[in-house]
Design a protein around this ligand. Structure first.
Ligand SMILES: Cc1cc2nc3c(=O)[nH]c(=O)nc-3n(C[C@H](O)[C@H](O)[C@H](O)COP(=O)(O)OP(=O)(O)OC[C@H]3O[C@@H](n4cnc5c(N)ncnc54)[C@H](O)[C@@H]3O)c2cc1C
Length: 455
């Protein structure tokens, strides 16, 4: 068999299981991850000199974290692993890599994108103040460095991570002042039939909430965030309760987030077709059941394809590897693929339940004051975005980007793209699906000026 180069982007649960399956078939995949160690977001490893046991770091997921990390470590000699390496561009069958200031171009026969997700944020006045962290950022501070983001923290937004991170902070001994959820109080009950697809996950969610209550953490649902207050740092959060009354809650840090968004820029650079996903309320790359995209020999797995969580990411990683193997002419038993597909089915139902229980608060975009910052890299306000739509005639987000510089900065729209689209759609009075999505551009993240790029 001629040597085949399969590049996997991401060494989280999806990338690890994809690599494992390719190795089992006799290949030596290139596994690239910008992180210093494997594990991805959920099973992120602590720095080498930290000694917290898995149970302290990963809670209920300790056994799973250990299993996935050991699986990756067992592969180390049989894969070409590139830690601390960014895939910054894809171009005509080549993956462009950057490690420090040293760049490299790897032509691939197949490419598996397992790039995961990032926080999804609906801005509000004050969200760019020092002391405001995304929920993921707050969790990383705790998980990687054993640090809290403040002395008195409010967790604001919605989604399972809101309760999980608040619980993790409380358990670690930090003061959690309140958990303020934008989801309507009744949404959880409507979601129950779908959430029941994964009873163990549902039970974990209920446990986190019960533990927060036991620790006397204030939990409020159906709140409308008004502002994060302070001048050179956070001093509090102003919210409107479900009954319409407004109140100020004092704190010195805020963990903010409204679920996750799939990291899709590389799929865009690989020229994959996208379609609007009504459940995720996001444009996502189109794939078949096994992760094949519309671009030959490019596959998606894990949260980068659709937010289904870590267990689903493992299954999807294996499935994408099976699809790549088959397309390279390497046999894969039918039974294996069928089993993986069947195991994934309840995950999608559970996801639908989560989206019902913790809906993305799109309607807040219309009420965002003109002066509120939407794009924090370029400091573009909601008013400037509305003006791009109404005064300059931008009918979709890429035109609005050209007029306003929304999404043109360091994050390339990862942080502001989805909220910016909501502001634009509300200003134009159309569905968010109609204003399109910010197209990915290489480099997906900034490169140092000193980078010597390969020819
Ligand atoms: C901040 C955050 C915190 C989370 N915390 C939890 C939690 O506590 N519990 C839970 O159940 N779920 C959590 N989730 C969800 C969970 O992490 C995912 O469901 C799961 O990790 C998905 O696995 P994955 O392999 O698809 O992606 P990930 O685990 O996210 O792995 C993707 C990997 O790709 C790498 N990568 C991305 N882009 C590039 C690039 N261009 N070049 C090189 N490398 C790249 C990243 O460094 C990362 O290691 C969290 C998600 C996020 C974003």
């Amino acid at each position: 068999m001629a040597a085949r180069t399969v590049v996997i982007v991401g060494a989280g649960p999806a990338g690890t299981r994809a690599a494992e399956r390719l190795v089992a078939a006799g290949l030596r995949p290139v596994v690239v991850d910008e992180a210093a160690a494997s594990g991805g977001q959920i099973y992120r490893r602590q720095p080498p000199h930290f000694r917290r046991p898995p149970a302290a770091l990963y809670g209920f997921e300790a056994a799973r974290a250990t299993a996935i990390q050991q699986a990756f470590d067992a592969l180390r000699e049989r894969i070409d692993y590139r830690p601390q390496t960014l895939v910054w561009h894809l171009w005509e069958g080549d993956a462009h890599l950057l490690n420090g200031a040293s760049a490299e171009r790897i032509p691939y026969d197949a490419l598996i994108l397992a790039a995961g997700a990032t926080d999804r944020i609906m801005p509000l006045p004050g969200w760019t103040l020092p002391g405001v962290f995304s929920l993921g950022g707050a969790q990383i501070a705790l998980k990687a460095q054993a640090c809290a983001i403040g002395e008195r923290t409010v967790f604001l937004g919605t989604g399972p991570l809101l309760y999980l991170v608040a619980y993790q902070y409380a358990k670690a001994g930090a003061e959690v002042v309140a958990v303020l959820d934008t989801a309507p109080p009744t949404a959880r009950f409507r979601a129950l039939p779908d959430l029941a697809a994964r009873p163990a996950m549902l039970a974990k969610g209920l446990f986190y909430t019960a533990e927060l209550r036991r620790r006397r953490v204030r939990i409020a649902r159906g709140i409308v965030p008004v502002a994060i207050t302070g001048s050179d740092g956070v001093t509090g959060v102003r919210v409107r309760d479900a009954d319409g009354s407004e109140r100020q809650i004092a704190c010195d840090a805020v963990g903010l987030g409204h679920g996750l968004r799939s990291e899709t820029q590389l799929a865009d650079l690989a020229r994959c077709d996208f379609a609007f996903d009504a459940v995720a309320q996001q444009w996502l790359p189109v794939t078949d059941a096994d992760g094949r995209t519309s671009t030959p020999h490019v596959y998606l797995a894990g949260d980068g394809a659709r937010i289904l969580g870590a267990d689903a990411a493992e299954l999807a990683g294996r499935l994408a590897a099976c699809a790549a193997l088959r397309d390279l002419g390497i046999a894969v038993p039918d039974g294996e693929v069928e089993r993986l597909r069947a195991a994934l089915a309840p995950m999608a139902r559970f996801r639908r339940g989560l989206d019902t229980a913790f809906p993305w608060p799109a309607h807040f975009a219309a009420a965002l004051p003109d002066g509120a910052v939407v794009c924090r890299c370029e400091c573009i306000t909601a008013g400037e975005l509305r003006s791009a739509a109404l005064d300059k005639g931008a009918p979709e987000v890429n035109r609005a980007k050209a007029f306003s510089r929304l999404g043109m900065g360091r994050c390339q729209g990862r942080m502001c793209g989805l909220a910016g689209a909501e502001v634009l759609a509300a200003a134009l009075g159309v569905e968010v699906s109609e204003v399109g999505r910010l197209r990915g551009q290489g480099p997906v993240k900034p490169l140092p000026l000193a980078t010597g790029l390969p020819a």
